[in-house]
Design a protein around this ligand. Structure first.
Ligand code: KG4
Ligand code: ZN
Length: 351
């Protein structure tokens, strides 16, 4: 029975080692995450070689941990899903090599999962999941994508960032405000103390048609504002507020436009920046005004995790999609080149 499939998921594309077990009937059985934030903090950003080495240390103990937590043995696992890209190639290779080897040793199929498909489908892990077709806003450290989603694997990119991804813009702006790495959550916290009226930043590319984004100018705007004003804690909080407000407003304008253009009635928001409270609140308002529903994963499943990889592995495995005896790891991989799993589009079937 395909519904009884149990899949182990391994995520190692960047600076988090995530491992989880997903079961078709019982849902998420167990998940564990190790964040490398402390290792990279001293360098102000992710150091790829340090990331790869730490994944080597962490993956197998985390696999043993989730198997013990779920009370399953290798015999209960029907497939191993690993993140095959996009991401840091050395980091990806660790999860890919270990995942493929476990699958080989256990004599089960391996599934090479696209990291952004993981983010995109993460809302399916929640109660009251979204149903297809829908519009997806993916906002992470490496990507800003507006995607028209007809079903699992049927993705049409409507808009993307022409320069910095949203998370990258948060991180770079946080750095120049003197905040640590990762900057997104720190900038969001500082923005809470900022004045809504002192500075107004532009809403890039909203005054012309289209759904692409550009965020690098906002970082420049933050630098010049900081240079002109006196560099006090209040000024930095005011800049954080105006930066976040400009990002949130820009994303909201483009989501509203995309909902109207596609006629979709359901919006999902995922990826690390999807954990941002101001963004979640604003998109909730936009969706309500447009007569649509908005779905988010819980904040812990907005950022990188193994659960979303296990879920996608299960969805693809049950559609009969898996890898030959080769290790797949690719730093660049367009999300609109994936194969469709049409028959598994409906949410009822997905859970
Ligand atoms: O999805 P993710 O964990 O990793 C990638 O696939 O890139 O996203 C990480 C990004 C980082 O840029 C981080 O600063 C940002 O998400 N982020 C946030 C928040 N939480 C994480 N940005 C703004 N507000 C947050 N609360
Ligand atoms: Zn991610």
């Amino acid at each position: 029975m395909v519904d009884d499939l149990c899949v182990l998921g391994i995520e190692t594309s960047c600076d988090e080692t995530g491992v989880a077990l997903y079961h078709g009937r019982q849902g998420l059985l167990a998940e564990a995450l190790h964040s490398q934030v402390e290792l990279h903090a001293a360098y102000g950003g992710v150091v790829p070689e340090i990331a790869s080495r730490d994944h080597v240390r962490r993956v197998l103990p985390l696999v043993q941990q989730v198997m013990a937590q779920a009370g399953v043995t290798a015999r209960d696992i029907h497939g191993v899903a690993y993140t095959a890209g996009p991401g840091l190639i050395g980091a990806l290779l660790v999860g890919a090599a270990i995942g493929r080897s476990l699958a080989f040793g256990w004599n089960v199929p391996a599934v090479a999962v696209h990291h952004m498909e993981g983010h995109l489908l993460a809302p399916l892990l929640e109660q009251d999941p979204p149903s297809f077709p829908l519009l997806a806003l993916l906002v992470s450290g490496g990507h800003t994508l507006l995607i028209d989603v007809a079903g699992v694997g049927r993705y049409r990119i409507l808009g993307e960032s022409l320069d910095d991804a949203v998370g990258e813009a948060f991180d770079k702006t946080a750095k120049l405000l003197g905040l640590g790495y990762p900057g997104g959550p720190a900038l969001a916290a500082l923005a809470e103390q900022g004045s809504p009226t002192r500075f107004t930043f532009p809403r890039p590319m909203t005054d012309r048609p289209g759904l692409d984004f550009s965020f690098s100018g906002l970082k420049t705007c933050a630098i010049t504002t900081l240079q002109r004003a006196e560099n006090s804690p209040q000024t930095r909080a005011d800049i954080a507020y105006s930066f976040q407000e400009a990002v949130v407003d820009t994303l909201a304008i483009k989501c509203r436009r995309a909902l109207r253009e596609t006629g979709r009635r359901c919006l999902i928001v995922a990826g690390g920046v999807g954990a941002n409270r101001a963004l979640r609140e604003r998109l909730q308002e936009v969706a309500a005004q447009e007569g649509c529903r908005v779905h988010y994963p819980r904040p812990a499943f907005c950022t990188d995790n193994g659960a979303m990889i296990a879920l996608v592995g299960w969805l693809r495995l049950r559609a009969g999609i898996h890898e030959p005896l080769s290790i797949k790891a690719t730093a660049r991989w367009p999300v609109d080149s994936l194969s469709a799993c049409d028959e598994y589009c409906s949410t009822a079937q997905a859970r």
